[in-house]
Design a protein around this ligand. Structure first.
Ligand code: PGA
Length: 269
């Protein structure tokens, strides 16, 4: 009897709590912005605003990682790189390996961002290679996916994103899934000021979690944080994060100022 009750309560725990707090993460993506002094000032202000129970990740230019990793040591702020090379090492002038990143205190690497896919021709196959290399260097991964406007308008977005996820995330093991955060970022909403509605975000996040359930089972799927990205700002964060499968955001423009990023963080508590 006890065992049945315990199993049932566990089931309720996993399946019925609408928004699982432990999945909440807020990530900032600085892209190619801020000089080093601005970066330090921003991080100092963020350190004053974060609480021990928060999970915050900032994805910063390579050059700043070492300094910012020291500044954020023993704080709830973790440091992400914005890219890494797919090879372990070698004659690749100008490139940065996952192992180099790990050796200066990087926690995460953002992979599959639409800007990398679009401007640097990164394919699903390459992204999977990079994910594997990141794991080999003990980095965790923020994996980005999302559809362009014409695909959304043709009502083909779920299929498009499912194909991206299948080509990379569904190739991983359950064990590797523990080190993945997924960010759904519709390309038409990135840097455009045009946000997906909370319902549009929820619809896609549910599709993604469904794919994870079918491949890895519900325990792994329910533990995975799925972030929304694309013009997240203080004015829309509450509504987006209230959705049961939206576990936080990957924030570009609004992560460059402490007050707006901290305001978004409070929406994610
Ligand atoms: P944005 O960028 O918040 O400026 O739209 C999001 C991202 O590209 O990660």
């Amino acid at each position: 009897m006890c065992v049945i009750l315990y199993t049932y309560l566990n089931y309720l725990d996993v399946n019925k709590i609408p928004h699982m707090k432990e999945r909440n993460v807020l990530a900032g993506n600085w892209k190619m912005n801020l000089d080093y002094m601005d970066a330090i000032q921003l991080v100092q202000a963020l350190l004053e605003g974060v609480e021990d129970t928060d999970r915050m990740i900032i994805s910063v230019p390579y050059l700043y990682i070492s300094g910012l990793a020291k500044l954020t040591n023993n704080s709830p702020i973790e440091i992400a790189a914005q890219n890494c090379h797919q090879k372990e090492k070698g004659a690749y002038t100008g490139e940065i390996s996952a192992n180099m990143l790990a050796s200066v205190g990087t926690d995460y690497v953002v992979l599959g961002h639409s800007e990398r896919r679009e401007y640097f021709g990164e394919t699903d196959t390459l992204i999977l290679e990079k994910i594997k290399m990141a794991f080999a260097s003990n980095l965790k991964v923020i994996y980005c996916c999302g559809e362009p406007l014409d695909v959304r308008e043709a009502d083909n977005h779920s299929h498009f994103v499912a194909e991206q996820i299948e080509a990379s995330i569904l190739q991983l093991s359950s064990e590797e899934m523990k080190n993945i955060i997924i960010a759904y970022e519709p390309i038409w909403a990135i840097g455009t000021g045009k946000t997906a509605s909370a319902e549009q975000a929820q619809e896609m996040h549910k599709v993604i979690r469904g794919l994870l359930v079918s491949k890895f089972g519900s325990e792994t799927a329910e533990a995975c944080s799925i972030l929304y990205g694309g013009s997240v700002k203080p004015a829309n964060a509450d509504e987006l994060f209230a959705m049961p499968d939206v576990d936080g955001g990957l924030v570009g423009g609004a992560s460059l100022k402490a007050d707006s990023f901290l305001s978004i963080l409070r929406s994610n508590r």
